[in-house]
Design a protein. Structure first.
Length: 232
């Protein structure tokens, strides 16, 4: 595929065309280096879990897909997703998905876009591609996690139709021994959307408030003026 984008260069936007295709096994080391470098450059490290090469790539080797976005030969974006076997994925267990629901489940592991290429909606566009690809293979339910203050990611996933269903501390590591907060977002494209009658708005940092609303049966599904919309 070819995707037209604008690249930031010396303070200007330069039109360019990305070559977008699935990553091959021989390119995995390049993917690991790209994701790790972008992760290390993030001002908020808790937005993106640090992984060793083995941890990062194992799900790919077990049947995952990585969409790579290349400018000339340079990797500038990745969209990584997997198809977990039913009853094996901890997030599916947290959401108490039935075995039937888990059969068609794709896990959206990560999206990383090089800063010079951000602002082209590549997270959203790569999701649209993923959804069509996964759907033709029988996957119509999607699960992912996002840090509550990762507003760029949250906006994109709300635009795609995802809803926040849970909030938990996940991914314990040496760097973050108590884990990091993550919204767990879910979407079932075959299911008719619920009709909501009640709305509340909370700041992303309001963890207590979000936990309370989730407990009361609210889901998060929108972002405006720096606040998350919660509906019931
Ligand atoms: C989340 C991410 C993939 C979104 O990239 P994207 O698809 O290019 O973002 P969008 O096109 O929706 O960007 C919308 C706006 O937010 C800005 N923006 C996006 N991500 C930004 C970031 N991390 N920091 C500052 N501004 C950012 C864009 O420049 C754009 O601004 P504009 O409208 O003035 O041009 C990207 O920010 C990223 O790679 N972040 C680091 C990794 C990460 O957090 N991944 C998600 C969890 S797996």
């Amino acid at each position: 595929m070819k995707w037209d984008v604008n690249k930031k260069e010396n303070g200007k936007l330069i039109p360019t065309t990305l070559d977008v295709r699935m990553i091959d096994t021989v390119e995995l080391n390049q993917v690991y280096i790209f994701i790790s470098e972008q992760r290390n450059a993030l001002p908020r490290k808790e937005f993106f879990a640090k992984e060793t090469e083995e941890e990062m790539l194992r799900p790919f080797i077990e049947g995952g897909v990585i969409l790579g976005m290349f400018d000339e030969k340079k990797l500038v974006g990745t969209r990584y997703f997997t198809f977990p076997k039913p009853d094996t994925h901890p997030l599916a267990k947290l959401l108490k998905l039935t075995m039937e629901e888990q059969k068609g489940l794709a896990y959206l592991k990560s999206t990383v876009i090089h800063p010079d290429y951000r602002g082209n909606k590549l997270q959203y566009r790569s999701y649209q591609w993923l959804m069509e690809y996964a759907y033709t293979m029988g996957y119509d339910r999607y699960i992912t996690t996002i840090h509550p203050e990762n507003n760029y990611s949250l906006k994109n996933m709300f635009d795609a139709g995802f809803e926040i269903r849970e909030l938990q501390r996940l991914y314990n590591s040496e760097e973050f021994p108590n884990g990091v907060w993550r919204f767990i977002l879910y979407m079932d494209i075959a299911k008719e959307k619920d009709k909501y009658v009640e709305n509340q708005w909370l700041s992303p940092e309001d963890i207590e408030g979000a936990l309370r609303l989730l407990n009361e049966g609210f889901v998060g599904n929108g972002y405006e003026n720096g606040k998350i919309r919660w509906c019931k």
